[in-house]
Design a protein around this ligand. Structure first.
Ligand code: KIV
Ligand code: NA
Length: 265
């Protein structure tokens, strides 16, 4: 199979074909999602929440992101694999940012990195791209800055923040980003940014006019019980599916039903 490239994503935007992206953190899930035909698999730092159980994305380390990325790369033969640079691995200076991006590419075999922020990170973005590493931007709700925002509510509802986001989006495109994630912003702003940018936008809670959509896979398959923001569409309830399976297993073990005659040597 032919690998999806950043150039293919650009061509998809040009012909109006939507880009389908989901997160993945491990080999088993990556094989299923790749087989399903996802265009992009994002090794998100949301692994900090859904894999490690942290309240925020801040604690996950570069080493831990590389471990997740290695597992996803082994399972993905067609999808473009993008890896989040975690909090603290790029904000210091552009040299640190480049070193972190190089470690991800070298040690995991992933195809691109993603970073949160606008004009503040442009120098780092340029330096990474100059080294030949494709960069995806991330604007709007940027969870690595949660303590600055204070809440996970919709971003850029007022004009000042919307104007800043538009400047940031242009700056990221200018710097050479191949795409930009727009998280939790008004649909009208998502549409406007998607129209004026030449590079694809990938929305999460950013309306139907983005060039692609992304969800955290654990939310989308119903593993994260009780997490139901408006932007989320849950396609299957695996929490209850796994719970029921585990309860049936317990019952079968306790009642000596498992293993039966055919399930032994
Ligand atoms: O870490 C993540 O899952 C993300 C997506 C929500 C875009 O950054
Ligand atoms: Na992320």
């Amino acid at each position: 199979v032919k690998r999806i490239t950043t150039h293919i994503l650009q061509a998809m935007k040009q012909r109006g074909e939507k880009i389908a992206m989901l997160t993945a953190y491990d080999y088993s899930m990556a094989t299923i999602l790749d087989d399903a035909g996802l265009d992009v698999l994002l090794v998100g730092d949301s692994a900090s929440n859904v894999m490690a159980g942290h309240e925020t994305t801040l604690p996950i380390t570069l080493d831990q992101m590389i471990y997740h990325a290695q597992s996803v790369v082994r399972g993905a033969s067609r999808a473009l694999v993008v890896v989040d640079l975690p909090f603290g691995s790029y904000q210091g200076n552009s040299k640190e940012a480049l070193n972190s991006a190089i470690r991800i590419m070298k040690e995991s075999g992933a195809h691109a990195v993603k970073m949160e922020g606008g004009t503040e990170i442009v120098e780092s973005v340029q330096r990474i791209i100059t080294a030949g590493i494709p960069v995806m931007g991330h604007l709007g709700l940027t969870p690595q800055s949660i303590y600055k925002f204070g809440t996970y509510t919709v971003r850029a509802k007022d004009e000042a923040e919307a104007d800043k986001l538009k400047i940031d989006a242009k700056a990221l495109q200018e710097a050479g980003c191949f795409a930009v994630v727009l998280e939790k912003i008004p649909a009208a702003l998502g549409k406007e940014v998607s129209e004026f940018l030449d590079i694809p936008t990938i929305g999460i809670g950013a309306g139907p006019d983005c060039d692609g959509q992304v969800l955290v896979v654990n939310d989308m398959i119903g593993l994260t019980k009780g997490f139901k923001p408006r932007f989320l569409r849950q396609y299957v309830n695996l929490y209850d599916g796994i719970l029921n399976a585990a309860q049936s297993y317990i019952k079968d073990v306790k009642s000596n039903d498992f293993p039966n005659e055919k399930e032994q040597y």
